[in-house]
Design a protein around this ligand. Sequence first.
Ligand SMILES: Nc1ncnc2c1ncn2[C@@H]1O[C@H](COP(=O)(O)OP(=O)(O)OP(=O)(O)O)[C@@H](O)[C@H]1O
Length: 248
Amino acid sequence: MIEANDLHFTYPDGTSALRGVTFRVATPAFVLLCGANGQGKTTLLHLLAGLFPPSGGSLRVFGLDPSRDAQAVRARVGLVFQDPDSQILSETVAEDVAFGPENLGLARDVVRRRVDQALARFGLEALGDKPCHALSGGEKRRVALAGVLAVDPELVLFDEPFTHLDWAGSRALLDALLEIRREGRTVVVSTHDVEKVIAHAEQVLVLKDGRVARCGSPAHVAGELARYGVRPPCSVLLGKGLQPWLAA
Ligand SMILES: Nc1ncnc2c1ncn2[C@@H]1O[C@H](COP(=O)(O)OP(=O)(O)OP(=O)(O)O)[C@@H](O)[C@H]1O
């Protein structure tokens, strides 16, 4: 279960980014988080990952308080940043993918196995020794994802994961998101590219002015997205209801 009650967050400069966020997600689930620019999506993901403590209200992720149970949350929650360069800090691809499992204090052979599996999963086996700075944008995204999955998290948070991906890369990413969900993990995707994921979501959260303006099933929320400054899927605009993006 993920539960937020009257969650507030104010940045040090006084910007009030979250102003009473309340929702409940029964896990595992595939959750779409959407909203116009600046409504608090990234801030909420950062709080879920325990990067900052809330300024007020309460948050529970699998019964844990991310701001207090940081070690336990690090092992169970993974965040794939909007910009892979914010996440990739090591010299080579294999070193970067090993960073998370090493940080959990896992034995060397377990780390090795996790890294090999994560590299294979994202087709990165041949790039293990490559310097991260020499990767393409799409490769960096896959390395960031492999690094998060190597920790084996139960909840994976994605901040604008489709940015800069081409058609093939977007399809591969959507396949990966669905597979991660099929493995019994909870996936939260924050995106403006609602079209690509909404038909697969089990719950849609729409943020506006730092609050949950709408929460419900895709079928209930899709027709109202425009009211919150979010572009509805083409199939909905054309009056054809929700259609999976890959089938479009
Ligand atoms: N480091 C920061 N310091 C001060 N204000 C910030 C900071 N980061 C974000 N904000 C502000 O907090 C509010 C919410 O920002 P946030 O990035 O969470 O929104 P978002 O919904 O993810 O936006 P976008 O869709 O544009 O990525 C905005 O008003 C933004 O200007």
